[in-house]
Design a protein around this ligand. Sequence first.
Ligand code: SAM
Length: 215
Amino acid sequence: MTTAAPENRPRDGAARASFWEDAHSGKDVDSVSWWQSVPGLSLDLVDRTGVGRDEGVIDVGAGWSTLTDHLVQRGHTDVTAVDLSRTALDTVRARLGDAGRDVALEVADVLDLHMGRTYAVWHDRAVFHFLTEPDERDDYRASLDRHVRPGGWVVVATFGPDGPTTCSGLPIVRYTHEALAAEFPGYELVATTGDDHETPWGTIQQFTAVLLRCA
Ligand SMILES: C[S@@+](CC[C@H](N)C(=O)[O-])C[C@H]1O[C@@H](n2cnc3c(N)ncnc32)[C@H](O)[C@@H]1O
């Protein structure tokens, strides 16, 4: 695990919300490094879980990712996307149009998430790696534990050991598969994978991904 040097990073919920709203406000979807028109790695991992189309899937820190769109197109009927940025989720809502009438889009902090229900799949691409402080990772795990049903699945993708050391100007933690799986000791490691994400401006970012299962 490699940690970038701490800088002026948002440390509380209000600061995080303000930072991430600013990161999306007034921007084009493909102006952010993490943009993908087809989230292939994520779709593959959701497929690998084998969950039914009517089982709950939550994408935390979804931003304006197209994962929700693709899940809806594939027939998933219980999809939730959570993000700190209302602008990001409004973009998803507008893009989905009528197809998104049953999609839940919630402005909320994954470090203090209370959806009042559980899900069959928890998906996170490029959020956990922003948690450079142990207490933040504890808060994330508490949210995770509240929302994954017994036997449910967890997909977490972060920058890999050769990935960038920052994202959006914030320090991140780079993970090997082993280090990432070790962050979730109560979950069984089912699969490891990753990809080389090509940013909209053609640079490559190495991602590490794990598929875990709740006991
Ligand atoms: C690097 S982007 C990844 C977005 C999306 N998962 C994707 O792959 O396109 C990180 C996203 O996480 C959101 N985010 C960061 N910290 C968060 C938190 N504590 N709770 C909820 N969302 C958060 C940001 O607003 C942003 O949309």
